[in-house]
Ligand binder design. Sequence first.
Ligand code: HEC
Ligand code: HEC
Length: 334
Amino acid sequence: MFKLRSLVTALALVGSISVASALETLPTVAPAPADNPTTQEKVELGKLLYHDPRLSSTGTVSCSSCHNTMLGGEDNRANSMGVHGQTGGRSAPTVWNSAFNTVQFWDGRAPSLEAQAAGPVTSPIEMGMKSWDDVIARLKTIEGYQVAFEEAFGKDSITKDNATKAIASYERTLITPHSPYDKYAAGDTSALTAQQVRGLHKVQELGCTSCHSGPAFNGPGVFQPFPIHSNPVFAAKYHFKDDKGLAEVTKKADDEHLWKVPTLRNIALTAPYFHNGSVKTLDEAVVVMAKTQLDKDLSTTEVADIVAFLNALTGQFPKQSMPVLPTTPGRTFN
Ligand code: HEC
Ligand code: HEC
């Protein structure tokens, strides 16, 4: 009896080892570029800037308005709302695990988190500041920021470059390891339900993993066309092709409808889906992907299994606390 049980255990172990070698867990620390090593002081300053609505022209919008770190790192809206209630054509992606993206934005136009962070502040429909010079002038008048920048970067260091570096350093702490999938990948075969395991096998068998694989399910390649197979029903309902993706930036015909492959981590928490937020449920997003990317019609059971698996990609969120922002006693910017 004992012998039989240890044989079964040994076989189970062999099974889990072969699974573990194919599946990758999310690292618990995000890589940082050589010119911006992560330090506690930068992270703390970045957290202040990230949550400060005074980085917007109206004093009403901060990074966290559209990328809420108390939730899934975005706003669950099809199109985010910036200053004066304006909306753009794209849905806010999650900031959780954005540190694991090779490039940033749906169309990948920013090469790093540092480069990305410079954009929204002066975007007329997001945070609406006239220029970074105005932002820096504003920050320089706030004593608490003088102290926080000095701690992070040294004396007289309030610059755009340092502000974006600090924000990026904070974002590199926004990672969610230890999902049921990660536990399974590390060898705990009981971490996924039988249905989730069926879903995992299904995404591999169908070829979802040809685009969504690796620890964040956003590689190995960076850009992929979407939609690959045109579908008149989806075209009429979801207007995926109205936005030309990478070609909007490069103006090259070859780049039309090329998109960065987004992470599937925490995907259950970030509805609505796709670059224009046109698809409201995860079930429908899976149906759309199978049809447009792989030309496959899925059964209801297959969809349910895949969605169950995708739910196993919801990680553990590190405890968040609201920062106390530097005050401006006796005055205001608005
Ligand atoms: C008004 C809403 C809004 C505000 C404010 C905003 N963002 Fe975004 N963010 C978006 C939208 C929408 C996108 C996608 C735009 C695109 O791809 O063209 C985006 C993209 C991103 C991405 C890329 C993620 C990915 O997976 O590609 C990061 C990172 C990010 N924002 C961080 C920030 C930071 C940091 C701030 C503050 C400095 C900020 N955002 C302010 C709406 C907003
Ligand atoms: C040929 C590459 C490719 C294949 C195969 C593929 N995807 Fe995608 N996936 C993408 C791209 C690119 C996007 C972003 C599309 C957009 O909104 O512009 C995406 C988006 C998604 C989204 C929405 C992400 C979000 O944040 O809104 C989900 C969910 C998804 N894929 C799941 C799947 C599943 C499940 C399969 C298999 C049935 C699959 N994908 C197959 C490339 C692919």
